[in-house]
Design a protein. Structure first.
Length: 297
């Protein structure tokens, strides 16, 4: 158990999340007892890009707030968060209301708008559903590599958010000047992709690339297909992808090139493989990065 500055006992949370603002990570952990998130203060300050040394900036600001009689510091809670070196360190965190208060003090209007809005968007609601996949029975009941499993994942992520959740599109779509597979040919195309072999790494990635080119849903293809890919890798190779090791810009560029040459995406994924296929934190981190790839796209 940890004790906040206010004296409230809470258990060290085991649910983690990574949000992204200005392409910077904002780590968060879930407080089950009080049903709320705690956010890293230093990460918030770093994302605002107001100091080259966010830790020192927060140290100075914290003293200033104390001296001015602000109650914000008393709302601070130290929890262990995983750092870039893979180790966990005690980190100052604030809950959502206190983060809003901090953003107001720092006059971080753009951050505040993002922070308040991100929870209530379709993507925000879908992301919450994606987190719950780990505890659901769905992942263990799916048949990896099938079109049906892809539809079931999509339906889970976007059910109640899109009226086409889980449904193969019947309209043609394009993105960035590239037209995806013609919807009229899906009965043939998707069957061919489904029957592609999944024995080796190269075979699995070839299948993933082909499904991405097909883009069978109106929205949400990338997020759905990355979960689908991990399921195939787990079954066939006892591996999954540590998506945090794949840079967003590199990933998006590699996926664009994969239409004609899949070497780059294969290299990125191969170098990010891990055997932590049952690790909850790895799964949650994967969801965070998967949704991050789709921001502003």
């Amino acid at each position: 158990m940890k004790k906040t500055n206010a004296g409230t006992e809470i258990a060290q949370p085991n649910k983690i999340s990574i949000r992204f603002f200005n392409d910077r990570e904002v780590r968060a952990v879930w407080d089950e007892d009080n049903n709320k998130w705690w956010f890293s203060v230093v990460d918030v300050i770093a994302s605002l890009k107001i100091s080259e040394n966010p830790r020192n900036y927060w140290k100075v600001l914290k003293n200033r707030l104390k001296n001015s009689g602000s109650q914000l510091v008393t709302k601070c809670n130290q929890l262990k968060l995983t750092s870039s070196d893979g180790k966990k360190y005690l980190t100052d965190t604030l809950d959502m209301d206190a983060i809003k208060e901090l953003a107001t003090i720092l006059k971080a209007t753009e951050f505040l708008e993002w922070f308040l809005y991100s929870e209530n968007t379709i993507d925000g609601q879908s992301k919450k559903k994606a987190y719950s996949l780990f505890e659901s029975r769905l992942l263990t009941s799916l048949e990896p590599g099938t079109v049906k499993s892809l539809q079931q994942i999509h339906a889970y992520l976007f059910g109640g958010l899109y009226d086409f959740a889980g449904q193969i599109r019947d309209k043609n779509i394009s993105k960035g000047g590239f037209t995806f597979a013609n919807a009229l040919h899906f009965p043939t195309i998707l069957k061919i992709i489904e029957n592609m072999p999944e024995t080796t790494f190269d075979e699995i990635l070839d299948k993933y690339v082909e499904m991405n080119i097909a883009h069978p849903f109106m929205e949400g293809n990338g997020r759905t297909t990355r979960i689908w890919l991990d399921l195939i890798l787990k079954r066939s190779l006892k591996k999954c992808v540590d998506w945090s090791m794949i840079n967003k810009t590199d990933y998006l560029a590699a996926m664009r090139r994969s239409v004609t040459n899949s070497d780059d995406i294969k290299t990125l994924v191969r170098n990010a493989l891990t055997n932590k296929i049952h690790d909850r934190e790895m799964f949650m981190k994967g969801i965070d990065y998967s949704y991050y790839y789709e921001e502003n796209e």
